[in-house]
Design a protein around this ligand. Structure first.
Ligand SMILES: Cc1cc2nc3c(=O)[nH]c(=O)nc-3n(C[C@H](O)[C@H](O)[C@H](O)COP(=O)(O)OP(=O)(O)OC[C@H]3O[C@@H](n4cnc5c(N)ncnc54)[C@H](O)[C@@H]3O)c2cc1C
Length: 511
């Protein structure tokens, strides 16, 4: 530790996940800028030496590189809440679904007082981060970025996945060849950031080449406790082991679940939470840990007629149907995915349809239970408490039920086990939505960006903390609202934006 603690770094980035790895890689493109990237998890510099769980993008990694968090989605049952603990962060353990939100998501961020994030501003950044192997260089695609993306071809689809597309078309959804087109709607092959099985995490996409730069140091296995603040200005960080590392700028990219904890332990948070934990306030900010958004998901669990199509070796997800729930005035507010397999209590092979709510009105929170740097926060999603959310989710569940009854999919289903098909009235399904909605693993919004007048804004549109100078937050926490798509690409985009600003406009960050 002494070698990194003995100097003042230009930039220290806390967390090497979707955003942090991109920030460190882009900012260190300036050879004059010293950058230290810290992560609590291990680092695997060579893709050839990756442990199987990180290599195998056909399945999620839930145990070996995970923080071991759990939550009580609806108060009365405990469930895991996976988060990657390794360089690459959750991008190193995830399903590799590579979806963009829709233009209205980012225009919405701009309208909330963040004009740098409108669709016209972020589109070139989405193009820059991808190497789209199907579409190449197009007005809305890129062919030279660090994250390789491709869609499944027809002959690669597991038969149940192909049947899902057929059933959705028969139901009347349009075909969507490119699910990342700005006007995409309907059913099609999923865009994914993996090559063969190899998951293209940000550790591979961004750090594999950047790590050889003299001005970038990556330090794994380093849990960060808090930001050191003197006279209203961040001056470095303290590790869990008590070492102090000096920095001219501190960037927190620990993810929407862990970033609030780093801030609270630094004295930055709501007056009540700081007081309850006995932390001396440095900057009182009500938005820290508030405004938690996610994609609540439900499941129709089915036993298969052909168990071989649920084999553990097959890709978990290959298709998606994105659409607007009936009667809703919020475009593309739901989607349905077919999961090739799912766990069951009996151990029997099962597969499922997962309708997910993509735009939520309800909000949750992440609260600290202790000041220990590796303590488990209390994740409180408050799913199923907002009636408009419940109503739209129920309609998506009804649509998914309708798909199970159509011939293309029906011939693969032995039995629908849950929810009980004989109890599928709107009222029954609303009960299901209230009882068993679970996280889509897309937490965001817990240190949201916005103008200083917004009482819940923690950072401005450039990620600069409203209450403390030389402190930036840049990860999924700063999203003011959840985009209507799995959020990995949007989080990498945030890292690209802030990393490029650090490189090209350092004065904005006091560098
Ligand atoms: C199982 C799973 C499946 C998913 N599937 C998909 C998918 O298919 N498509 C999609 O779009 N999204 C998916 N996601 C979500 C997506 O991966 C995340 O939204 C995204 O990675 C969040 O980026 P982030 O930078 O905010 O946080 P992360 O990528 O989680 O990075 C945070 C990093 O900070 C480190 N860290 C945290 N606290 C500290 C600390 N105190 N000190 C030091 N380091 C710290 C962590 O170890 C981690 O490396 C999935 C997530 C999971 C867990």
């Amino acid at each position: 530790m002494s070698s990194i603690a003995g100097q003042t770094w230009d930039i220290v980035v806390v967390g090497a996940g979707a955003a942090g790895a991109a920030i460190a890689a882009r900012a260190s493109e300036d050879p004059q800028r010293s950058v230290l990237l810290l992560d609590a998890g291990p680092d695997y510099p060579l893709a050839t030496n990756l442990p199987t769980d990180l290599h195998n993008g056909h399945d999620n990694s839930y145990v070996d590189h995970d923080w071991g968090l759990s939550y009580n989605p609806l108060g009365d049952r405990s469930d895991r809440f996976p988060r990657g603990r390794v360089t690459g962060g959750s991008t190193a353990v995830n399903t590799t679904i590579a979806l963009r939100g829709i233009p209205a998501d980012y225009d919405g961020w701009a309208q909330l007082g963040n004009p740098a994030w409108g669709w016209d501003q972020v589109l070139p950044v989405f193009n820059r981060l991808e190497r789209d192997l199907d579409y190449g260089a197009e007005p809305y695609h890129g062919d030279a970025g660090p994250i390789s993306i491709r869609r499944w071809t027809e002959d690669e689809l597991v038969p149940t996945q192909a049947a899902f597309i057929e059933a959705a078309l028969e139901h009347g959804f349009p075909a969507s060849a490119d699910v990342n087109a700005p006007d995409a709607v309907g059913v099609g092959p999923m865009a994914m950031n993996k090559l063969g099985r190899l998951r293209i995490s940000t550790a591979i996409g961004y750090l594999a080449s950047a790590r050889y730069r003299d001005n970038l140091t990556i330090r794994p296995d380093t849990l960060v406790n808090r930001v050191l603040v003197e006279d209203g200005q961040a001056v470095g960080i303290e590790t869990g082991a008590g070492d102090h590392i000096a920095a001219r700028l501190v960037v927190i990219s620990s993810g929407a679940v862990h970033t609030p904890g780093v801030l609270i332990r630094s004295g930055i948070g709501s007056a009540d939470e700081l007081a309850s934990l006995g932390v001396e306030p440095v900057a009182t900010m009500e938005g820290v840990g508030a405004n938690l958004s996610d994609h609540p998901a439900l499941a129709i669990v089915m036993s298969p007629k052909f168990p071989e199509f649920c084999a553990p070796d097959l890709p978990l997800v290959q298709t998606i149907c994105r659409y607007t729930s009936e009667g809703s005035n919020t475009p593309l507010d739901v989607n349905i995915e077919l999961m090739t397999r799912t766990g069951s209590r009996s151990g029997e092979p099962m597969f499922m349809l997962a309708p997910s709510l993509e735009q939520v009105d309800g909000r949750g929170a992440v609260r600290q239970t202790s000041l220990a740097p590796d303590s488990m926060p209390s994740i409180q999603p408050h799913f199923g408490e907002n009636e408009r959310d419940v109503a739209r989710h129920v309609r998506a569940l009804q649509d998914a039920f309708a798909l199970t009854r159509l011939a293309p999919l029906r011939e693969f289903i032995d039995q629908v086990h849950f929810p009980d098909p004989s109890r599928s009235s709107r009222a029954d399904l609303a009960q299901v939505a209230r009882r068993v909605s679970a996280s889509g693993y897309h937490p965001c919004g817990t240190a949201k960006m916005g103008p200083v007048e917004d009482p819940l804004a923690v950072v401005d549109q450039f990620g600069r903390c409203h209450g403390v100078d030389q402190l930036v937050v840049a990860d999924a926490s700063i999203m003011p609202t959840v985009p209507r798509a799995n959020i990995n690409l949007s989080t990498i985009m945030i890292g690209e934006m802030v990393g490029e600003w650090l490189r090209t406009e350092p004065a904005r960050y006091g560098l």
